[in-house]
Design a protein around this ligand. Structure first.
Ligand code: SF4
Length: 392
């Protein structure tokens, strides 16, 4: 992918990893009118060959400057906030500015579909500094509502409790939500949920992904679906809304695994549920595996012609039928709508017939991209990363 971007766009260099240090070096070199060659952490083309210079060591987050003016551009609109919270916060927070904040880098887990940076260099900002930044947003920007955008906010529950205690100690009046939380039982102890309630947490997003143990094992989510039951129930019983994020269309997905996901949804009854179709992102294990099997090339994203990956068990129509079955789960009427959507998807994929507001259009069916992942290795539930297992 790096090569394709360098070759196909007017780009001199790419910073494939964390940018603070390499980008500063680029700016300094440009200011001095010096060449970029040899600067750390850059990918550049030399005579058609990609050359990557070693990345500098990751900077501890606490050593990065807090530049208050940076927050000017980081506000999220009320509409975005409303969408992300699913309207669960009521009208009151929308009177204020809302912000997005990350307090960790990377994630120590290894989900096959994920392309998060920093698997081997997961690190976090100290609790005091997190709340210092919240205080700044509160005092200088009238922030009353904030979203933690960390990939996995609760890798260390003890740290979450410290952040919450500090918020309470300073009497900060900010409502907040955590947009990426692991649902594992050991990462969501009751004292942590109690502390989050005291500190103004309104909503948590859990990456549940699937109700099927087989799928969770295949994507190496390292999660027991029963943990999601327990976690959502615990969260909601403490007055915090729970949203579960689900995925469909991973290798080994079938009618049976979809039914297991529906059963999970029915059992846990979250405040909100989001569903997405699995995508093969560059940097993810799924992407590498699909490339090794010869189903895709680096052009997959570079040429803008990326189809939904179809696995042997699932055509486009089947994938859409699954998608709509879950999406329209809640009432029989919605279920019927889901089936109609599924039928529409089938017309498009088999006959190229599109039904839309503009009427009926005849075209060609989308090209099938058969991605046989049935040979994917049997992923075992790995033991928890050391950091997570030792977190208290
Ligand atoms: S836990 Fe979340 S952020 Fe971490 S690897 Fe899995 S999907 Fe990615």
């Amino acid at each position: 992918m790096t090569q394709q971007v360098l070759e196909n766009w007017e780009v001199d260099a790419i910073v494939p990893n964390e940018g603070e240090v390499p980008f500063l070096k680029i700016v300094q070199a440009v200011e001095r009118d010096e060449p970029l060659d040899g600067l750390p952490g850059l990918a550049m083309l030399h005579n058609g060959e990609i050359r990557l210079t070693p990345a500098p060591p990751p900077v501890p987050i606490d050593e990065l400057p807090i530049e208050s003016h940076m927050y000017e551009d980081r506000t999220i609109t009320h509409k975005e906030a409303e969408f992300m919270s699913g309207g669960t916060l009521g009208p009151e927070p929308w009177q204020y500015r809302t912000f997005w904040m990350n307090t960790t880098r990377g994630c120590p887990y290894h989900c096959t579909f994920c392309s998060v940076l920093g698997r081997s260099s997961w690190r976090m900002e100290s609790p005091t500094r997190v709340v210092d930044r919240m205080q700044l947003l509160h005092d200088e920007y009238n922030c009353r509502y904030l979203s933690f955008g960390d990939s996995s906010f609760n890798i260390k529950p003890g740290r979450v409790i410290e952040i919450c205690d500090e918020i309470v100690k300073r009497k900060l009046k900010i409502r907040w939500f955590a947009s990426g939380m692991r649902a594992n039982k050991q990462l969501l102890p009751k004292p942590m949920v109690e502390a989050m309630t005291r500190a103004g947490c309104a909503l948590i997003y859990f990456g549940a992904e699937s109700g099927s143990r087989e799928i969770l094992k295949t994507i190496r989510k390292n999660l027991n679906p029963m943990d999601v039951d327990r976690t959502v129930s615990l969260t909601q019983s403490h007055g915090i809304h729970a949203r579960v994020s689900l995925m469909i269309g991973n290798p080994r997905e079938s009618d049976e695994t979809i039914d297991q996901t529906l059963a999970l949804l029915d059992r846990v009854d979250p405040s909100l549920a989001g569903i997405a179709i699995a995508q093969i992102y560059p940097g993810s294990e799924l992407f590498t595996h699909a490339k090794e099997l010869g189903y895709i090339t680096d052009e997959y994203w570079a040429n803008g012609n990326h189809a939904i990956p179809f696995f042997p068990s699932a055509s486009y129509a089947t994938t859409m039928r699954w998608y709509n079955k879950i999406r329209f789960r809640k009432t029989p009427a919605r279920g019927l709508i889901g089936h109609l959507y599924g039928a529409r998807a089938g017309l498009h994929s088999r006959f190229g017939i599109s039904l839309g507001r503009g009427g009926i259009r005849f075209g060609t069916p989308p090209p099938p991209l058969f991605c046989d992942m049935s040979g994917a290795s049997e992923f075992e539930l790995a033991s928890l990363p050391r950091d997570a297992a030792s977190a208290k």
